[in-house]
Design a protein around this ligand. Structure first.
Ligand SMILES: [Zn+2]
Length: 348
C-alpha cells in the first residue's frame, strides 16, 4: 500500500471516529493518539525518506493536508460537544416564566397592637417612658399600694383572678406605676411614664366584657403639677386619637388611687355633638378615667406627698378601637379570625 492510500485510509477511519465521539475526554484521547509523536501520521511522514525526490513534496503536502483536516474535525467536534453540554445544562435549568407565581400574603399588626403602638409613640414624643411590668402580680402592688387595702369596698369594683392569697392576675396596669414610683429618684427629675399591657378581670365574656383586655395608664409626678396639666394632656391625647377638632369634658368620679377623680368624655367624632347612636345622642363619649394622684398612694411609694404631686389616667385600647372602627363586640379582638383582623391594614 502506498503512503497516499495509507493516509486516505487513516483519514477515513479517524474522521468517522471523531464524528461518533460523544465525550470530550475520549475526543482528547483520539487527538493525542492520532497527532502525537508516536501516532500513525508521524509514522507515515517518517516513511517519506524512501520516496523519490519528485514524489516526496506531493505526499508531504497531502500528509499535511490530512493532518490539518483531522485537526479541524477534532476542533469542530470539540466545539459541538461543549455546546451540547451548555445546552443540556440550560435545558435542566429552564424556568417557565409563564407559570403563575406564589401569592405572598402580607400580614398586618393586630388592630389593638396598632392602637397601642400609636399611643405609645405619641407619649414617647411627649417625653414619657414606656414601662412594662408583670402580669402575675402581688396583691401588695395591685391593691394595697394603690390605696385599696383589704376589705376596702373598691375591691368589689374589680373581680380579680387570685392565684393564691398573695398572687393574682393584675386587674389593672397601675401596679407598674406603684413599682416605678417606689424606685424613681425624684432628685434626678420628674416621673413621666405610661404602662401599657394586658389586664384580667373575672367577667363573663359578652359583647362588651372580656376576661382579658388592655389598658394604657399614664402617670406624671413632679412638683407643682395641677389639674390644668392633666386637662391639657388629655385634650391633646383625645385630639391625637380621635381628631384635631375634638373637645373634652371632665365629670366628677371616684377611683381609690386619685383625688379628685374624673371621667373624661370626648366630643363625638361621628356627629360632632349633634347626636348619633355612637354617642347615644348625647354628643359625648366616655373614653377614660383620670385624676390627681391620692396622697396615700404617694406616701405608700415613699414619695413626699407634701412636696410632690401628680396626675394619673387610664385608657382602654379595646374601647378606643371599638369606638374608632365601630366594632360592636369586644370578643372579636381575641378570637383570631383573620377575616376580621385583616380588615385593619396598618396605615402608612
Ligand atoms: Zn354622636
Amino acid at each position: 500500500m502506498d503512503l497516499k492510500t495509507k493516509l486516505e485510509q487513516l483519514f477515513e477511519e479517524n474522521h468517522k471516529q471523531i464524528g461518533r465521539t460523544g465525550d470530550l475526554d475520549e475526543l482528547n484521547q483520539i487527538r493525542v493518539n492520532l497527532l502525537g509523536k508516536k501516532g500513525p501520521i508521524t509514522e507515515v511522514l517518517r516513511g517519506m525518506k524512501d520516496l523519490s525526490a519528485d514524489e516526496r513534496p506531493k505526499v508531504g503536502a497531502f500528509a499535511n493536508q490530512i493532518k490539518s483536516d483531522l485537526q479541524d474535525a477534532i476542533a469542530a467536534r470539540k466545539a459541538a460537544l461543549e455546546q451540547a453540554v451548555i445546552q443540556k445544562k440550560l435545558a435542566q435549568e429552564t424556568i417557565d416564566v409563564t407559570l403563575p407565581g406564589d401569592q405572598v400574603i402580607a400580614g398586618t399588626p393586630h388592630i389593638l397592637a396598632q392602637i397601642m403602638d400609636d399611643v405609645e409613640t405619641y407619649f414617647i414624643g411627649q417625653g414619657y417612658q414606656v414601662i412594662d411590668g408583670p402580669e402575675v402580680e402581688e396583691d401588695h402592688y395591685n391593691f394595697e399600694m394603690l390605696n385599696i387595702p383589704k376589705d376596702h369596698p373598691a375591691r368589689d369594683m374589680q373581680d380579680t383572678f387570685y392565684l393564691d392569697s398573695q398572687l393574682l392576675m393584675r386587674s389593672q396596669t397601675s401596679p407598674v406605676q406603684a413599682r416605678t414610683m417606689e424606685i424613681h429618684d425624684f432628685t434626678q427629675g420628674p416621673l413621666k411614664m405610661i404602662s401599657p399591657g394586658r389586664v384580667y378581670r373575672r367577667d363573663t365574656d359578652d359583647a362588651t366584657h372580656s376576661h382579658q383586655f388592655h389598658q394604657i395608664e399614664g402617670l406624671v409626678i413632679d412638683k407643682h403639677i395641677t389639674m390644668a396639666d392633666l386637662k391639657g394632656t388629655l385634650l391633646a391625647l383625645a385630639q391625637h386619637v380621635f381628631g384635631a377638632d375634638r373637645q373634652i369634658r371632665l365629670r366628677p368620679s371616684f377611683f381609690p388611687f386619685t383625688e379628685p377623680s374624673v371621667e373624661v368624655d370626648v366630643s363625638c367624632f361621628r356627629c360632632n355633638g349633634a347626636g348619633c347612636p355612637i354617642c347615644k345622642y348625647s354628643g359625648w363619649i366616655e373614653v377614660l378615667g383620670a385624676g390627681m394622684v391620692h396622697p396615700n398612694v404617694l406616701n405608700a411609694a415613699g414619695v413626699d406627698a407634701d412636696a410632690y404631686g401628680g396626675f394619673a389616667f387610664g385608657l382602654g385600647p379595646d374601647r378606643f378601637a371599638m369606638l374608632k372602627y365601630g366594632i360592636d363586640d369586644i370578643r372579636s379582638f381575641y378570637q383570631g379570625d383573620v377575616r376580621f383582623l385583616s380588615q385593619f391594614q396598618q396605615e402608612g
